[in-house]
Design a protein around this ligand. Structure first.
Ligand code: GDP
Length: 337
C-alpha cells in the first residue's frame, strides 16, 4: 500500500514522536506517504548538555531512522559505529556514562556549533534532514528550553541521569517539565496543526509519560491539539500489559496506574479520536471510550512498520468520514461506547 494517496491529494500527516518506539512508526508513515507529506515533531524534553555538547537523543533517533543510517539492533545511534572516543575518554577518567559513538559525535558537534552561532535547533534539524536526504519535515517540538525532570525516591533527576546513568532504577513519583509553561511549540508545528489539509495527527507508540507529555505540557500545543478538527489517533505502546521496550510499564506501576491500553486511552482523554491497540489486548477494546482499531502493533521489521502506518492512516480517514458529531465536540470523547 505504498505511497497511499487519497482524493485530497497533498494532505499531510503530523506525527508526534519520541525516540525508538516513535521512530519505528514514523518510518512506516514515511514509506506509506508520498514525498513531502509527513511532518514529524519530536520530543526535546530528553535534550541535555554533556561534555560541552548539545545532545538531542530523540531528534537524532528520528533523523538517523528516516535517513536510513540508524543502527538496526540498538534502535538508537548510527549503524557501523565505532567507539574510540568513548574508550579514550574512559581511559582519561572522563564522564563515560553516556555513550557517544565516533560517527554520532559529528551530529552533536555540528548541532552545538549551530546553536553557539545563535541558530535554532529547528534550523539544525532541517539542515541535518536535508543532508541525510530525508524528504519529510522533521521538527523539534520547541526551540525553547524544556527539560524533563524525574522526581524519584532518590530525589529529582535530570532525565538522562535517570534514564541512562541510573538505568531507570529509581522509583518514579512524578515527572515535571521544566520550562514547559513558557515554551512555545516551533512555528512550523503550529502551522502544520492549523493546516486545513492536515489529514491525520498520529501520536506514535512512544512513552506517554516521558516522550509525549513534554509536548502536552506546552499550553499552546495542548490547546491546539484539543481544538483541531483533524482526527488524532494514538497507538498504544503497551501490549499485553507490558511495554515493548523501556520503562513505560515500570513507571505506570510506580505511579499507581494499571498497565493497560485503557490507561493509555485515559491518559489521552479529550485529545484523541481513536486508539490503536494490539490484538493481544482485544478484550480491552470495549472499554476504551474512543473508537478503537485492534490490529498487530508490534513492529519487528519494515513491513510491520509500513502496514501499521497504512492502517493508522486508513483508521483516521474512516473517523474523518464519520458524522462530525462523533468527533466534535471533544467533550463527547472518553465515554464508553
Ligand atoms: P524512547 O524515547 O527512545 O524511549 O522511545 P519512545 O518513547 O518513542 O518509545 C518507547 C515506547 O515505544 C515504549 O513504551 C515501547 O513500549 C514502545 N514500543 C517500542 N516498540 C514498539 C512496537 O513495535 N509497537 C508498539 N506498539 N510499541 C512499541
Amino acid at each position: 500500500m505504498s505511497q497511499m494517496g487519497n482524493d485530497r491529494g497533498a494532505d499531510t500527516v503530523l506525527a508526534l514522536c519520541g525516540g525508538i518506539g516513535g521512530a519505528k512508526l514514523a518510518l512506516g508513515l514515511y514509506h506509506e506517504l508520498a514525498p513531502g507529506q509527513l511532518v514529524v515533531a519530536v520530543n526535546t524534553g530528553d535534550d541535555f548538555e554533556h561534555l560541552g555538547l548539545c545532545i538531542s537523543p530523540d531528534l537524532d533517533t528520528v533523523l538517523y531512522t528516516l535517513g536510513g543510517v540508524a543502527d538496526p539492533n540498538r534502535g538508537w545511534g548510527r549503524a557501523n559505529e565505532t567507539w574510540n572516543f568513548m574508550s579514550a575518554l574512559d581511559e582519561l577518567g572522563g564522564e563515560a556514562w553516556f555513550q557517544l559513538g565516533d560517527r554520532d559525535l559529528a551530529m552533536h558537534v555540528e548541532r552545538t556549533g549551530y546553536l553557539r552561532d545563535g541558530k535554532l535547533l529547528s534550523e539544525f534539524a532541517a539542515h541535518a534532514a536535508r543532508k541525510l536526504g530525508i524528504n519529510a519535515l522533521i521538527l523539534p517540538m520547541t526551540d525553547d528550553r524544556l527539560r524533563t525532570i524525574v522526581v524519584t525516591n532518590d530525589g529529582e533527576l535530570p532525565f538522562q541521569r535517570y534514564f541512562v546513568e541510573r538505568r531507570c532504577a529509581p522509583v518514579v513519583g512524578a515527572l515535571r517539565f521544566e520550562g514547559a509553561e513558557r515554551a512555545r511549540p516551533v512555528a512550523k508545528l503550529l502551522k502544520s496543526l492549523a493546516n486545513p489539509a492536515l489529514r491525520a495527527i498520529v501520536i506514535c507508540p512512544s512513552n506517554p509519560y516521558l516522550s509525549i507529555d513534554p509536548f502536552l505540557a506546552m499550553p499552546e500545543l495542548r490547546r491546539a491539539l484539543s481544538c483541531t478538527r483533524t482526527p488524532v489517533i494514538a497507538v498504544s505502546p503497551i501490549i499485553g500489559n507490558q511495554a515493548v521496550k523501556g520503562p513505560a510499564a515500570k513507571i505506570m506501576t510506580e505511579l499507581g496506574i494499571p498497565v493497560t491500553t485503557q490507561s493509555i486511552a485515559a491518559h489521552y482523554r479529550g485529545l484523541i479520536d481513536g486508539l490503536v491497540i494490539d490484538a493481544t489486548d482485544a478484550h480491552e477494546a470495549s472499554n476504551i471510550g474512543v473508537p478503537t482499531l485492534t490490529t498487530r502493533t508490534l513492529m519487528l521489521d519494515l513491513a510491520d512498520r509500513k502496514r501499521l502506518a497504512g492502517e493508522v492512516i486508513a483508521f483516521a480517514d474512516e473517523i474523518a468520514s464519520h458524522d462530525e458529531t462523533v468527533r466534535v465536540p471533544r467533550s463527547t470523547i472518553g465515554r464508553p461506547s
